[in-house]
Design a protein around this ligand. Structure first.
Ligand SMILES: *Cc1c(COP(=O)(O)O)cnc(C)c1O
Length: 404
């Protein structure tokens, strides 16, 4: 009976072409991966789906640092941070991250989390009590939406980028604690939040500005310091969340903020207090990665990524102009996230299938992840792609476009 209920719901997903499937990957994260076919044998695919923007996830120096960390610190941390799981490897990583963000947040300190999802839950539940008000961009990441629900504070979501709406809400607000919450780089569109304008609003209305920089940390700003550095902003109103599983190529996340905020999180954040600390070896590997990301190697990778982004946009722009009847759109994005919006779910799936037949792996993103009618191919680039890879992708899309 209970199983019948779930089976019925799964069949509904199938009928709406919304059933999701996992692919089993047999090789490390890289543009070229051996992937188990849905039915057939494994094959090599050229992938444009990962968030490994700098191509560091499988870097030998990171693997070495992880092994070295395991030799020094063992595998498990054994307990939560507040019991006995807080190792000197975590402490050293937190100092390093605090220093990284210090130009953007006066006296910045950092606190590491197991995942970005957990860090976001921590932020909103700790900063917002029931009489707080949360103001969020409609396109924020799902973890920020879940976090606001868990915080039990009222959340108002403004249409993407509509700061004129936000201003009105802030002016009318009587809430003693206000939080403006935004992705810095929007994960399905690749565009940047107007952080200078948001900071001005936060200052005028005495609000926190919570910034989720999952897709900017390591990629944007001098030395990969992230989107706050990209805009040259500095304020103690920032409560900054960066992830370590995307451009940094490892796993986990951190919050950087004024020391008082960090002290309060340590006391109150349930996703910090009631979970086992990540393996210290992982913290050790992340430090090695930050060393690469912040140095000349990181600069070279960011420059290479920038050239690939410009090449892809130029060629996709030409392709769209050649087929106006299709109504495809490539919204402005200077980041590694390049959304090719094609409209219907069916078209997005058809295109993804056509690319897959040519050995190209690009995910079709459909509602509810994106708004209805805005189904897309979410193309992500990595510094490990080559200009030939980009050409192969656009040529395959051009063939598919002619057949539509
Ligand atoms: C990936 C992502 C997260 C979650 O981070 P994880 O470390 O993967 O849990 C949070 N916010 C945004 C915008 C993301 O893209």
């Amino acid at each position: 009976m209970l199983l019948d209920h779930l089976s019925q719901r799964l069949r509904e997903r199938d009928a709406a072409a919304l059933r999701r499937h996992r692919r089993t990957v047999q090789t490390p994260c890289a543009p070229r991966q051996r992937v188990q076919g849905p039915r057939g044998p494994a094959r090599e695919m050229l992938a444009f789906c990962s968030n490994d923007y700098l191509g560091l996830a499988a870097h030998p120096q990171l693997a070495e640092a992880l092994a070295e960390g395991a030799h020094c610190f063992g595998v498990g941390s054994g307990a939560s941070h507040l019991i006995s799981g807080h190792s000197q490897a975590h402490a050293a990583l937190e100092r390093m991250l605090g220093d990284w963000l210090a130009p953007c947040i006066p006296q910045a300190r950092a606190l590491t989390f197991c995942t970005g999802y957990m860090a976001n839950l921590a932020l909103l539940t700790s900063l917002a009590d029931a009489d707080a008000a949360i103001y969020a961009d409609k396109l924020n990441h799902a973890s920020l939406i879940d976090a606001a629900l868990l915080a039990r504070a009222p959340m108002q979501r403004y249409a993407h980028g509509r700061l004129d709406v936000l201003v009105r809400w802030l002016e009318d607000s009587a809430a003693p604690i206000k939080l403006i919450v935004t992705d810095a780089v929007f994960s399905m569109d690749g565009d940047l939040a107007d952080l200078p304008a948001l900071l001005a609003l936060a200052e005028r209305h005495d609000a926190w500005l919570v910034v989720d920089d999952a897709h900017g940390f390591g990629v944007l700003g001098e030395g990969g310091r992230g989107t706050l550095a990209h805009f040259g902003l500095c304020s103690e109103r920032f409560v900054y969340m960066g992830t370590l599983g995307k451009a940094i190529g490892a796993a986990g996340a951190f919050v950087a903020a004024h020391p008082v905020v960090i002290d309060w999180l340590v006391q109150s954040a349930r996703t910090y207090v009631y979970t086992t600390a990540t393996p210290p070896a992982l913290a050790h590997a992340v430090r090695a990665s930050l060393g690469l990301v912040g140095g000349p190697q990181g600069d070279r990778r960011r420059r290479r990524l920038g050239r690939l982004v410009r090449q892809l946009r130029c060629r996709l722009g030409a392709l769209i102009d050649a087929h106006p009847r299709l109504g495809w759109r490539l919204p402005a994005s200077a980041t590694a996230i390049q959304p090719l919006i094609v409209g219907s779910n069916e078209t997005a799936l058809q295109l993804a299938a056509a690319l897959e037949a040519e050995g190209l792996w690009v995910p079709a993103i459909r509602p509810p992840t994106v708004p209805a009618g805005a189904a897309r191919l979410r193309i992500t680039l990595s510094a490990e792609h080559t200009p030939q890879d980009v050409r192969r992708l656009v040529d395959a899309l051009a063939r598919a476009a002619r057949r539509l």
